[in-house]
Design a protein around this ligand. Structure first.
Ligand code: GLN
Length: 480
C-alpha cells in the first residue's frame, strides 16, 4: 500500500486541490480500523478537538498563510511534553500527568499547522528496544502482528507504517528511532547532538539523546527536520545553528559518493540482513559510488558496555525526581522516605528499577573509577574513531543484527535485549547523525540500513538517502 506522502499532501492542501479536513478524517478512519490490533497510541485526542484544530488551520489558509505542515497528521512519542494531551513516557508513575507546557518541537509543529492526533506507545522511559517494556501494552508490528515494531519509539513507527499518521516524532538515546524504523520499513533520523531542542523531552540519558523525525520517505523526513531543528534558547545544549533546509536537497550524484562499509557494522548480522545491505551497496557501486570495505571500526566491541554504563548512570540521576512530590502518581506514607519508596516501588517497572540500581552502582564511591569513569574514557576513544572515519566517507551498516523479533523473544534476558543495539549506540556516543531507511523485505519482513556522517551532515545524509530510495523504490510504502 502507498498512501500519499506528507509532501504530496501538503502540495495539494496548499494548492487547494485537497481539503485538509477530508485528509485528516481519512487518517482517523484508518486509526480506528487498526488500533484494536496494533495499539500504537497511548492517548488519542478527542475527535472534537481535532476538528477544532482543523478549523483553526483552515482559517490560517483562508487568511493567506502557508504553514509548512498545514493539515499533516503527526504522532508524537509519549516522552515529549504536550500541554493538550497526557505525557506518561510509557510509565505508570506519570499516569495522568498533563505537562503545563509544550516541548519546543511540539510548539514548532503547532506553529506550522500540524494536527497532533495523539501520543505514541514506547518502552517505559525509553528504556528498551521493542516497545514491549511499556507499562501499558506492547505495540505490534503492522507488517507481522506476531512481531515487535522495535523500540523504544515503536508506537510512532507502527502508526506511520499502517498509515495512522503522515509524520511522527521519536527520540533516540541509543537507537530508539532507528531500530523501529528498520523493523517497520519507515525512515528515521537521529540528528547531530544539539541540532534539535530537548526542551520538554522527559530525560533518560541527556548526553546521548535527541528528538528526531520519522516518516515514510526521506523527503517527508526532511520536511519535518527543517521544522523542528535549530537553536533553542530554552535548551543550552542546542548548537547555535539555524534550522536545516534539507527539504530542497537533491538525490546525491552516485559518482561523487564515498561510502565506508566497515565489516564490524555488517558481518555479524543475520544472513538476510547482511545480504540485503550488501546487495544495495553493490548497486551503489554499479551506479558509480565508491564503496570502501576495508576500513575498520574496532572500538565497536566495547560500544555496548560503554553505552549502558553511561546511559544508566544518567538515568539513575534523572529518575531521582520521581519521589511522589512533584508528579501525580503517589502512595502516601507517614514519612517522606515512605512516600518515595511506595511511589517508586509501585510506579516503576522492573527494567527501570534494574537500570536505576545499575546506574547508582556505577557512580558509587569505590566503583566510580572502574565503571563510570572507565566508560567515559571509552566513549572518547569510540568517538574519535567514528569521527575520523566520518571525515572521509559516509558510514553504512546494519541497524539491527536481526530481522524484527517475535513478541516475547528478546525480553526474557536483559543482555539479549541490549544486544539489539550493537550497531546504533555508536552514533549516540559520538554525537553524529544517523539516517535509517528501508532497503528490502525478506519474506514480508522489513530490513533497514543506516548511514552515518560527520556532525551536521544531515543534508548530505538526506541526499544520499534520496539516492538509495531511487534504487530501492521503497519511498512511501505502508503495511496493508
Ligand atoms: N535500547 C537502548 C536502551 O534501552 C536505547 C533506547 C533509546 O534509544 N531510547 O537504552
Amino acid at each position: 500500500m502507498r498512501p500519499l506522502q506528507a509532501h504530496e499532501v501538503i502540495n495539494e492542501v496548499l494548492s487547494g486541490s485537497m481539503d485538509l479536513e477530508d485528509h485528516v478524517l481519512q487518517i482517523l478512519e484508518r486509526v480506528k480500523e487498526k488500533e484494536d490490533t496494533i495499539r500504537a497510541f497511548i492517548a488519542l485526542a478527542p475527535e472534537s478537538s481535532i476538528r477544532a484544530r482543523v478549523r483553526e488551520v483552515r482559517e490560517w489558509l483562508r487568511e493567506g498563510r502557508r504553514p509548512r505542515l498545514a493539515g499533516l497528521v503527526v504522532a508524537v512519542k509519549d516522552n515529549i511534553s504536550t500541554s493538550f494531551l497526557p505525557t506518561t513516557a510509557g510509565s505508570r508513575i506519570l499516569e495522568g500527568y498533563v505537562p503545563p507546557f509544550d516541548a519546543t518541537v511540539v510548539r514548532r509543529l503547532m506553529e506550522e499547522g500540524a494536527i497532533v492526533i495523539g501520543k505514541t506507545n514506547m518502552d517505559e522511559f525509553a528504556m528498551g528496544s521493542t516497545t514491549e517494556l511499556s507499562a501499558y501494552w506492547p505495540t505490534r508490528n503492522p507488517w507481522d502482528l506476531e512481531r515487535v515494531p522495535g523500540g523504544s519509539s515503536g508506537g510512532s513507527a507502527a502508526a506511520l507504517a499502517y498509515g495512522g499518521a503522515d509524520l511522527a516524532l521519536g527520540s533516540d538515546t541509543g537507537g530508539s528511532i532507528r531500530l523501529p524504523a528498520a523493523y517497520t520499513a519507515t525512515v528515521g533520523l537521529k540528528p547531530t547532538y544539539g541540532l534539535v531542542s530537548r526542551y520538554g523531552l522527559i530525560p533518560y540519558a541527556n548526553s546521548l539523546e535527541q528528538i528526531g523525525p520519522m516518516a515514510r520517505s526521506v523527503r517527508d523526513l526532511a520536511l519535518l527536520l527543517d521544522v523542528i531543528s535549530g537553536h533553542d534558547p530554552r535548551d543550552a545544549t542546542t548548537l547555535r545553528v539555524p534550522p536545516t533546509s534539507t527539504f530542497i536537497a537533491k538525490p546525491a550524484d552516485p559518482r561523487s559518493l564515498r561510502v565506508c562499509a566497515p565489516p564490524e557494522l555488517l558481518e555479524a548480522s543475520e544472513p538476510p540482513v547482511k545480504a540485503a545491505i550488501t546487495k544495495l551497496l553493490g548497486r551503489l557501486e554499479s551506479e558509480g559510488a565508491a564503496v570502501i570495505y576495508d576500513r575498520h571500526l574496532t572500538t565497536i566491541d566495547d560500544a555496548l558496555a560503554v553505552y549502558y554504563t553511561i546511559a544508566l548512570a544518567e538515568a539513575a540521576s534523572n529518575l531521582a525526581r520521581y519521589d511522589g512530590k512533584l508528579y501525580p502518581f503517589v502512595r502516601i506514607a507517614p514519612t517522606y522516605t515512605g512516600t518515595a519508596t511506595e511511589t517508586r516501588s509501585r510506579g516503576f517497572g522492573p527494567e527501570v528499577k534494574r537500570r536505576i540500581i545499575m546506574g547508582v552502582t556505577s557512580l558509587s564511591e569505590g566503583y566510580r573509577d572502574e565503571l563510570y569513569m572507565a566508560a567515559a574514557k571509552g566513549r572518547r576513544v569510540i568517538r574519535d574513531e567514528v569521527l575520523a572515519m566520518s571525515r572521509n566517507c559516509l558510514i553504512a551498516g546494519s541497524v539491527s543484527p536481526v530481522l524484527p523479533p517475535r513478541l516475547g523473544e528478546r525480553i526474557t534476558d536483559p543482555l539479549k535485549l541490549y544486544a539489539l543495539d550493537i550497531y546504533t549506540v555508536i552514533a549516540n556516543l559520538s554525537g553524529v547523525p544517523s539516517l535509517t531507511l528501508p532497503v528490502d523485505f525478506y519474506s514480508d519482513l522489513p530490513i533497514g540500513m543506516q548511514l552515518m556522517g560527520p556532525p551536521l551532515s544531515e543534508a548530505q545524509l538526506i541526499s544520499a538517502g534520496l539516492l538509495v530510495e531511487s534504487l530501492t523504490g521503497l519511498a512511501g510504502v505502508a503495511a496493508p
